[in-house]
Design a protein around this ligand. Structure first.
Ligand code: PLP
Length: 386
């Protein structure tokens, strides 16, 4: 189904290292790396002329991201990272004293500190929906928490939350729903209609295999017209008369005039590359490799797998008795295996509830081989038990 040989030819570094850090920043395939040619073009004919020459390819990135999400191109804003994408949506919402923001235990730090800031400024309150026994946001608890003061449901999807079930509730009650899909996009099929979210943010550099410094925001058309971006320039809102600006009709009202066009072309190439393989096969292979990894790790003495949820994706988190997460990461790096660590401060609420130490995080992708997974398992099994 997936032509792994071709994909690995497109990913030359995969021959040198067992790269299992795709939840951090994946290895880019060669069609993505080719976007750097745009910088050469800028140096040859100037940045404005280069953008003009590539105008249709640059515009097609909106269509590509739209296809990836089952959204229209005018519902997409291209931004410099997922954080800015999320911030643009969140800070566009108006909160007042007593408004309620509902989120989940596994909420990502960047989002939660923004909730705290807005709560401090406005008197809105943040409420964390408890998790169920499998560690996912408890849908019944969410349902019970809904009332007319809930002005936003904002959750992080992967690793653990039931994004579409939350969408059903948000839609039924007409509550805006902002989904952080940073770790989902590129790893699995993402369909904003099926999920029922109103706003979705994601990054280029993780499972999508795009360049760093790229991200995007989806905003449902029906909501778009009601959202005034927290900051604007004359691209987002043309200056139409001395005392007036007019916000653009499309999601590009969240963008600014100046952009990194080479990175954008890289993002577009990454999306097209993923779509050409197919999100179904990608999702299937990610699960296969992650299951193999979990199965192997479970048999290594001293390792405890820390993943939550009934169907954990391609991010495998674990601890090893007697070893610090960072020491495991650097030991693996010395053995030619790239993995990462996740610190409690990035998901503080979940980490406090479960009293988690820093975790080792290994995240395979479809371009990895079974042999690479086994190499990591073998490396860890070879460490002296402590
Ligand atoms: C769940 C989640 N949301 C947002 C981000 C931020 O993405 P970016 O670095 O593109 O802003 C990350 C990055 O680690 C993440 O894991």
């Amino acid at each position: 189904m997936i032509d792994i040989d071709q994909i690995r030819i497109d990913t030359p570094a995969a021959e040198r290292i067992a790269y299992l850090h795709n939840a951090g920043a994946a290895l880019m395939p060669t069609p993505v790396v080719a976007a750097k040619e745009h910088i050469d073009l800028e140096s040859e004919i100037g940045g404005y002329a280069a953008a003009d020459r590539e105008a249709s390819r640059l515009y097609s990135v909106y269509g590509s991201v739209g296809r990836l999400l089952n959204a229209a191109p005018d519902e997409i804003a291209l931004l410099e990272n997922a954080t800015v994408a999320w911030q643009m949506a969140f800070y566009a919402l108006a909160f007042r004293k007593g408004d309620r923001i509902l989120t989940a235990e596994a909420e990502y730090a960047a989002n939660y500190v923004a909730f705290l800031q807005v709560a401090r400024r406005t008197g809105a309150v943040i409420e964390v929906v408890p998790s169920n026994a499998s560690g996912e946001l408890d849908i019944h608890a969410l349902e019970r928490m809904i009332d007319e003061r809930v002005k936003l449901i904002a959750i992080t999807w992967i690793p653990v939350n039931p994004a579409a079930a939350v969408g059903k509730i948000a839609r039924a009650h007409g509550i805006p729903y902002l989904l952080d899909a940073c770790q989902a996009v590129g790893q699995m099929a993402v369909d904003v209609e099926a999920i029922g979210c109103d706003m979705l943010s994601a990054t280029g550099r993780k499972f999508l295999r795009g360049p760093r410094g790229t991200g995007f925001l989806y905003v449902r058309r029906a909501l778009l017209q009601r959202l005034e971006p927290p900051m604007i320039d004359h691209f987002a809102a043309p200056w139409v008369s001395r005392d007036e600006y007019r916000l653009r009709d499309d999601a590009r009202r969240f963008e600014t005039w100046e952009n990194n066009y080479a990175a954008r072309l890289g993002l577009g190439a990454a999306v097209d590359y993923a779509l050409a393989i197919g999100m179904g096969p990608i999702e299937q292979r990610c699960r296969l490799l992650a299951d193999r990894l979990r199965g192997g790790l479970a048999s290594v003495r001293g390792i405890t797998i820390r993943d939550l949820g009934r169907t954990p994706g391609a991010i495998v988190s674990f601890t090893m008795d007697g070893y610090e997460a960072d020491a495991i990461v650097s030991g693996a790096a010395a053995a030619g295996i790239t993995i990462g660590a996740s610190h409690p401060s990035s998901t503080r609420i979940d980490a406090e509830i479960r009293a988690l130490p820093p975790l080792v995080r290994a995240s395979p992708h479809y371009y990895n081989t079974e042999a690479e997974i086994d190499r990591l398992i073998g490396h860890l099994a070879g460490l002296t038990p402590r």
